[in-house]
Design a protein around this ligand. Structure first.
Ligand code: XUL
Ligand code: CO
Length: 448
């Protein structure tokens, strides 16, 4: 046993002061025909939770996990997997996510790396079968190893491109073997630092061809999980090709790949792109491209991807609102791409981080559900755009007009009356829903 201090984490309700109990996440509570567990589909990320050692560009690791102390790569990997499954089961999460190198370190050759991976996949499969914990997604890490210095599927070096292809081929075989519900591409090194040495057209064509080959291979082996692209504007590369939702969708559309992909959107990536998370979710949803989320949050005072556990209730309400409005998760879910701070180095901190994140999203979900049920926001928006439901507005909406007709209309109707956008009233209304949910009382419908 690795986590001796913690028993199974249970729901105790808002009044509980038990540090290892859920205050808002009640997995079995049914809302709108589904349990919270089914709605939220929480996943633990292997890398931040079981591999990370708290090192940063200025300092060595501060975190030494007992499960990472063996010397032989496979012994170490198996011990780590045992710790991971104890953690998943105690936390009661239905899913986990991993990169290939998270479950076992790379060998000296690609062949050895694949040998280790095959061993670990059989081991994980058994643990998944015994525990019932499933794989939300896996991915290939194509950014840590020095060979990816110029990128992977956008590298100037074709031999590197081939290694990336071999890793994704293996990743898809693993996804199929473990029944992954999605397969993720995050291109941290797919981009460029300076145009002075970059053939952008060739890199983009190569990237599209790479995705196309992945789609073809998935079909060939019968992997029917959802492909996801995870946008991020920068870090580690200065200009990343999958900058944000809109850029990624335009890329997929340009290369005729859109129908094979959806997006895995991450809160802290949205803020790095200068967007709110809800903006990214809305853009994806508009194009039917909302797949899954990496839940975390950045820090207003720090300009990088701090990957903190999400504790901002307001942000969770607005993001869950977008997700529910788009019909909720299908193959996707909520993966905590979040790490404890390097000063939070005990094993118990891993529970505190996840419990905080799960409660935050559970409460966000409940409030968002109420807001949608009461059409609290929708009715305001409908009223705001009412002018497009009749007269000249309806003609515009139905494409029945032109500049001449509009000009003639405008000449007769140039006394404009605008109405207030009522932002402050709306923000206070969201607060009211949130405060009521904190007291476990559903908010009543607003009278406008
Ligand atoms: C990096 C990031 C990755 C992806 C998977 O910012 O978010 O961990 O989620 O490669
Ligand atoms: Co992520």
């Amino acid at each position: 046993m690795f986590f001796k201090e913690v028993e199974t984490v249970k729901y105790e309700g808002a009044d509980s002061d038990h540090p290892y109990a859920f205050k808002y996440y009640n997995p079995d509570e049914r809302i709108g025909g589904k349990t919270m567990k089914e709605h939220l589909r929480f996943a633990v990320s292997y890398w931040h939770t079981f591999d990370a050692d708290g090192s940063d560009p200025f300092g060595d690791g501060t975190i030494s996990r007992s499960w990472n102390r063996m010397t032989h790569p496979l012994d170490k990997a198996k011990t780590r997997a045992e710790a991971a499954f104890e953690f998943f089961e105690k936390l009661g999460v239905p899913y986990f996510c991993f990169h290939d190198v998270d479950v076992v370190q790379e060998g000296d050759t690609l062949r050895e790396t694949f040998f280790y991976l095959d061993k670990m996949v059989s081991f994980l499969k058994e643990m998944m079968e015994t525990s019932g914990v499933k794989l939300l997604w896996n991915t290939a890490n194509m950014f840590t190893h020095p060979r990816f210095v110029h990128g992977a599927a956008t590298s100037c070096n074709a031999d590197v491109y081939a290694i990336a292809a071999a890793k994704v081929k293996k990743g898809l075989e693993i996804a199929k073997e473990l029944g992954a519900e999605n397969y993720v591409f995050w291109g941290g090194r797919e981009g460029y630092d300076t145009l002075l040495n970059t053939n952008m057209k060739l890199e983009l064509d190569n990237l599209a061809a790479f995705y196309r080959m992945a789609v073809d291979y998935a079909n060939e082996i019968g992997f029917d999980g959802q492909f996801l692209i995870e946008p991020k504007p920068k870090e580690p590369t200065k200009h990343q090709y999958d900058f944000d939702a809109a850029t990624s969708i335009a890329f997929l559309e340009t290369y005729g790949l859109k129908k094979h992909f959806k997006l895995n959107l991450e809160a802290n990536h949205a803020t790095l792109a200068g967007h709110t998370f809800e903006h990214e979710l809305r853009v994806a949803a508009l194009h039917d491209m909302l797949g899954s989320i990496d839940a975390n949050q950045g820090d207003l005072l720090l300009g990088w991807d701090t990957d903190e556990f999400p504790t901002d209730l307001y942000g969770a309400v607005l993001s869950m609102y977008e997700i529910l409005k788009a019909g909720g998760f299908k193959a996707g879910g909520i993966n905590f791409d979040a790490k404890v701070r390097r000063a939070s180095f005990t094993d118990e901190d891993l529970f505190h981080g996840h419990i905080a994140g799960m409660d935050t999203y559970a409460l966000g979900f409940k409030v968002a559900y109420q807001l949608l049920e009461n059409r609290a926001i929708e009715s305001v928006i409908e009223e705001r755009y009412e002018s497009y439901t009749k007269g000249i507005g309806l003609d515009i909406a139905e494409g029945k007009t032109d500049l001449k007709k509009l000009a003639a209309y405008a000449l007769e109707n140039d006394r404009i009356e605008n109405k207030s956008g009522r932002q402050e009233m709306l923000k206070a209304m969201v607060n009211r829903y949130l405060l009521n949910a904190l007291r476990s009382e559903p908010a009543r419908k607003e009278k406008h």
